[in-house]
Design a protein around this ligand. Structure first.
Ligand SMILES: Nc1ncnc2c1ncn2[C@@H]1O[C@H](COP(=O)(O)OP(=O)(O)OP(=O)(O)O)[C@@H](O)[C@H]1O
Ligand SMILES: [Mg+2]
Length: 234
């Protein structure tokens, strides 16, 4: 396989006796990967195997050249995970402290932390909110902060589980543009995996995976994968 590719081989997941994923095998060298499919089809579970939040019951997953189950620590450092619900992610009382925590965890020189925190808040439109209690941020502001906290660590791969769900049109576009195109500093990561029900967003990726009933039913050009998914509901 290509060292940079995300790869699942015979991946199966059983949790508390319930079978959730069955025999997922795929190699993904593409930079932008969409994951689509019905509610309960296994998308989030698959996404969670990519940084070790969920362990394979069968088979294996490699991301950024790392066997996730064998090297969970390296996998967590290399793969940033953005939860749908930002409350699952925000650990500190204020945005400024949250970003500082992420930077410290990433081993940033402490003299650089204040400047990096300020730059990240600015980049995500949260420049005024460094010291506002995080619980009092709006849903969308929390989601932007959670993304900022993931990206300041500069992970090689970003996995985002429905990253635009809570966002208004402007912020959803901003989030999508950032994840897909990056900004003046370049792409946000080597690879981006986006779980989404927004098929326009999925269409802008380089490849789309469709899950159904815990199986990967199709992986390929987003246009075709999305067309056939839509056709099921026609
Ligand atoms: N701990 C668990 N015990 C039993 N079943 C579980 C467990 N975790 C997940 N499941 C089930 O596994 C299936 C896949 O869940 P998953 O969250 O991966 O779906 P999804 O495709 O992300 O759905 P959605 O679009 O609604 O977010 C669901 O039917 C879910 O209820
Ligand atoms: Mg989900």
């Amino acid at each position: 396989m290509t060292t940079g590719a995300i790869e699942a081989r015979g991946l199966g997941v059983v949790i508390d006796g319930a079978r959730i994923l069955t025999d997922v095998t795929v190699t993904l060298p593409q930079r932008r990967i969409a994951v689509i499919g019905a509610n309960g089809s296994g998308k989030s579970t698959f996404a969670r195997t990519l940084n070790g939040l969920v362990a394979p019951t069968e088979g294996a997953v490699r991301v950024a050249g790392i066997d996730v189950a064998r090297e969970p620590r390296r996998a967590r450092d290399a793969v940033g995970f953005l939860f749908t619900n930002p409350d699952a992610q925000l650990l500190m009382p204020t945005p400024g402290e949250d970003l500082a925590l992420s930077l410290r965890a990433a081993g940033t020189n402490r003299h650089d932390i204040a400047a990096r925190v300020a730059a990240a808040l600015e980049r995500f439109g949260l420049g005024e909110r460094s010291d506002q209690p995080s619980y009092s941020l709006s849903g969308g502001q929390k989601q932007l902060l959670a993304l900022a906290a993931v990206l300041v660590r500069r992970p090689r791969v970003v996995v985002a589980d429905e990253p635009t769900t809570l966002l208004d049109l402007g912020n959803a576009r901003r989030m999508a543009r950032l994840l897909l195109e990056g900004d003046e500093r370049g792409p946000v990561a080597d690879q981006v995996v986006i779980v989404t029900h927004d098929l326009e967003l999925a269409a802008r990726c380089d490849v789309a995976l469709r899950f159904a009933g815990g199986r990967l039913v199709e992986a390929g050009d987003p246009e075709g994968v999305i067309f056939r998914y839509r056709a099921e509901f026609a």
